[in-house]
Ligand binder design. Structure first.
Ligand SMILES: Nc1nc2[nH]cc(C(=O)O)c2c(=O)[nH]1
Ligand code: SF4
Ligand SMILES: [Mg+2]
Length: 232
């Protein structure tokens, strides 16, 4: 088998593939195809997708080729690769990203990663400028800060995003410290934990602190639909 063909037969466990509008980040509001992979090494206290790791199980196992076929059935020009942790399976995830990037109709592929996985192999082996990373740095209220790979922060590029999910004032202060100490490139996003921190409170803190380059990130899919609804 030639190498490209072998890559396309690699398989990944999935939760769901669906089309909706992106609810978060700098591409919020654009029609987007979501590919949600199964599995995550973290257990964030406020996780909103516990159906993406055990004791839940994968809904399906598909080859890279089969995922591409499903993506082609939608009309959105953007893809969000999410989870769980979509970079848990290094070889097949690299193969999937490289194959998705060959699709002419697709202009942007963003990966929602937890910060616990080394980005270096992906940055090295996925060359397409369409592929961007949204690194979700886990603050203290998540209970998972010790799993963060700090080397990832200096590897982010200007097209990438650095998201902080904030549940409290101490999370906010910690996010500010991480930005001061480690942030080099990529758009910083501050996102309130749904139901735990009022967006207006977070905006007040951002303005008081003069965070001129931090963008408020609201999960607009939770405003549009029932916050507990899946597949939207
Ligand atoms: N509409 C919508 N936007 C999203 N952005 C990131 C999501 C995620 O679950 O990673 C998500 C999601 O589940 N739905
Ligand atoms: S990294 Fe994401 S999927 Fe994994 S536990 Fe945390 S919030 Fe949930
Ligand atoms: Mg999510």
């Amino acid at each position: 088998m030639e190498q490209g063909q072998a890559m396309r037969t690699l398989t990944l466990p999935l939760v769901e593939i669906f089309e909706t509008v992106e609810g978060e980040g700098t591409a919020a509001g654009f029609p987007t195809i979501f590919i949600r992979l199964f599995g995550c090494p973290l257990r964030c206290s406020w996780c909103d997708t516990p159906y993406s790791y055990p004791p839940a199980s994968a809904e399906m196992v598909l080859s890279v080729d089969e995922i591409i076929q499903r993506v082609k059935q939608f009309r959105a020009a953007r893809i969000c690769l999410t989870g769980g942790e979509p970079l848990l399976y290094t070889r097949p995830a690299i193969a999937l990203l490289n194959e998705l990037a060959t699709l002419e109709a697709i202009v942007d592929i963003h990966v929602e990663t937890s910060g616990a996985i080394d980005l270096a192999p992906f940055l090295r082996e996925v060359a397409s400028p369409k592929v961007r990373y949204i690194l979700d740095y886990k603050l203290a209220s998540s209970g998972e800060t010790d799993k963060m790979q700090l080397s990832n922060l200096k590897d982010l590029r200007s097209q990438d995003e650095l998201k902080f999910v904030i549940a409290s004032r101490s999370d906010f202060d910690q996010a500010c410290t991480v930005l001061t100490d480690y942030h080099v490139r990529g758009t910083p996003l501050f996102s309130p934990v749904w139901g735990a921190l009022e967006p207006s409170e977070l905006v007040k803190w951002m303005l008081e602190k003069g965070l001129a380059h931090v963008k408020l990130n609201l999960q607009i899919h939770k405003v549009i639909w029932d916050p507990a609804q899946r597949g939207v």
